[in-house]
Design a protein around this ligand. Sequence first.
Ligand code: C5P
Length: 219
Amino acid sequence: MSNPAPVIAIDGPSASGKGTVAHKVAEALGFHFLDSGALYRLVAMAAMNRGIELDDAPALAALALDLDARFDSSTIKLDGHDVTDAIREERVSGAASKVAALQPVRDALLARQRAFREAPGLVADGRDMGSVVFPDATLKIFLTADAAERARRRYKQLIEKGMSARMDVLLQEIRDRDARDSKRAAAPLQKCADAVELDTTGIPVDAAVAQVLALYRGK
Ligand code: C5P
């Protein structure tokens, strides 16, 4: 690509508020938005629907390559069915972090993620946006918040959606997922040397969005 569209890569641990911040930054700039975690969630859900084991790397990679996934502004569809809320359930979160640990699955999703890069620009949300998928991103942000705050945010989200949740269970799940995501061999969650770290503990979403926009405009 001679003059590729600009990318803002926003990486960080689960429930750090990345998704919301990334979405709002994309809206403010009129950029496209890639929710890369949703792709791993869709692979996990498709595998569970088809009875594929979550450690069967070749079968999961084949599934990832052929995934019938559609994203529009507010809904995500898998095989033609609206799964926008279903992919956020905790059982899918756990399964997604298992399939995401497999390198063949990551490789299978690479081209699909890069295809989101179109003019006027892209905001990409994930774990390895800055390190692997868009290493030449214009701006790389590493968004964090402490685990207890992340569990509280997740609890609030689930309750607002009418789902049931327990704080202690959520906190444990977040810690387990952090450990799995950062200790895995394939594209572990890490802050790139050229990423700006933003700790959002106690900071309202709009303030975090404003900081990202200021950093981007300063580039
Ligand atoms: O961001 P989200 O929580 O939706 O991601 C679900 C899971 O997908 C994460 O726990 C992580 O294991 C995986 N993931 C990843 N690389 C990405 C995005 C998500 O490994 N770029």
